[in-house]
Design a binder for this molecule. Structure first.
Ligand SMILES: [Fe+2]
Ligand SMILES: [Fe+2]
Length: 272
C-alpha cells in the first residue's frame, strides 16, 4: 500500500508498504516517504537514510510500529518520488511556445540556453513543497507561464509591451531552479546553490549565455531584469522590483500559475 493509504488505516491495523528513509530522529524513530507522502515509523532494526525498504507493522497513534523491515535491492529511489502527469505533453507545449517567439534572435537564443541543460530542466521540480513539487513540475509550470504569456502579452502590444520579451522571460524566469533544488533523495535545497537561490543562479546563467551568444546588450539587460524581478518585491526574494511592464507581467503570470497549482494540486502532498 501507499503511505497515503497507511495513514487511513484503522488503529492497530497491520500495514505493509514500501518507502525511502528520509532521516532518523532519536534512537528508533525514522521519517519515511513515498510519492504519496511521509510518515513516522518506529523500528528496532537500524535503517539507513536514503535507502528503500518494505515495511510490515502496525499503525498506532499516527506512527507505524515496524515488526519487519526488508531492504529493497536494485531499486531506483526516483520511483518513490512524485511525477508530473503529462511530461511529453508539457515538452510539446514548452517548445511550441519557443517556436511562437517571432524575434528570430530570441528564439535561437532560447534554444541555445535550454538545449544543453534540457535533461535537467525536464526533470526539475518547481518547489520543495508549495507548487509543482514533483519531477517535471518545473517544466509544467514553465510551459503554463509561457502559454499564458503568449496569450496575454499581445493584448498590451498597442501600449508598447514587447510580447517576445515577455514570452522569453516567462520561459527563462525559473531556469535557476535546475541548480537551486536537488531531487535525490528528496526535493531539497541544494547544499551549495541553495545558498545562492534560483533568482541569482538563473540571472547569472542567462547573462553569461547572452554574452556568449551575442544577444544585443539592451535586450539582454531587460531579459535579465525580468528574471531578477519576477518575485515582484524584496520581501519575496527579488533584488529589484519590476521596472518595465514586461517584468511586471511575468511576475503576475508566474504568481497566477503558482497559486492555481497550489490550490488545485494540494492533494498531491509532498514534503514535511
Ligand atoms: Fe521563482
Ligand atoms: Fe515560477
Amino acid at each position: 500500500m501507499w503511505i497515503s493509504g497507511v495513514k487511513e488505516s484503522k488503529e492497530g491495523a497491520e500495514v505493509v508498504f514500501k518507502g525511502v528513509v528520509l532521516r532518523k530522529k532519536g534512537q528508533y524513530r525514522y521519517r519515511v516517504f513515498d510519492k504519496t507522502g511521509e510518515i513516522w515509523i518506529d523500528s528496532d532494526t537500524p535503517l539507513t537514510e536514503g535507502r528503500a525498504y518494505e515495511f510490515r507493522g502496525r499503525y498506532k497513534g499516527g506512527v507505524v510500529m515496524v515488526e519487519e523491515a526488508r531492504e529493497l535491492e536494485e531499486v531506483d529511489v526516483s520511483d518513490f518520488l512524485p511525477f508530473a502527469e503529462n511530461p511529453e505533453e508539457n515538452e510539446r507545449r514548452f517548445w511550441n511556445v519557443v517556436d511562437s517567439v517571432s524575434d528570430v534572435r530570441l528564439r535561437e537564443f532560447l534554444r541555445f540556453v535550454f538545449e544543453p541543460i534540457w535533461d535537467d530542466f525536464r526533470k526539475g521540480v518547481a518547489a520543495k513543497k508549495y507548487h509543482h513539487a514533483y519531477i517535471g513540475g518545473l517544466l509544467e509550470h514553465t510551459a503554463n507561464v509561457g502559454e499564458i504569456a503568449l496569450r496575454v502579452a499581445p493584448m498590451y502590444g498597442k501600449d508598447g509591451v514587447r510580447a517576445d520579451l515577455v514570452i522569453a522571460g516567462a520561459l527563462l524566469h525559473d531556469i535557476g531552479k535546475v541548480w537551486e533544488l536537488k531531487l535525490f533523495p528528496k526535493f531539497e535545497y541544494h547544499e551549495d546553490y541553495g545558498k545562492w537561490g534560483h533568482i541569482f543562479m538563473g540571472a547569472s546563467f542567462v547573462k553569461e549565455k547572452g554574452r556568449e551568444f551575442g544577444l544585443p546588450e539592451d535586450l539582454l539587460l531587460d531579459l535579465v531584469h525580468v528574471i531578477l524581478a519576477h518575485h515582484g518585491e524584496y520581501a519575496k526574494g527579488s533584488p529589484v522590483t519590476p521596472k518595465i511592464p514586461e517584468a511586471l507581467l511575468v511576475h503576475l503570470i508566474d504568481n497566477l500559475d503558482a497559486q492555481m497549482n497550489h490550490v488545485l494540486k494540494s492533494d498531491r502532498e509532498n514534503g514535511g
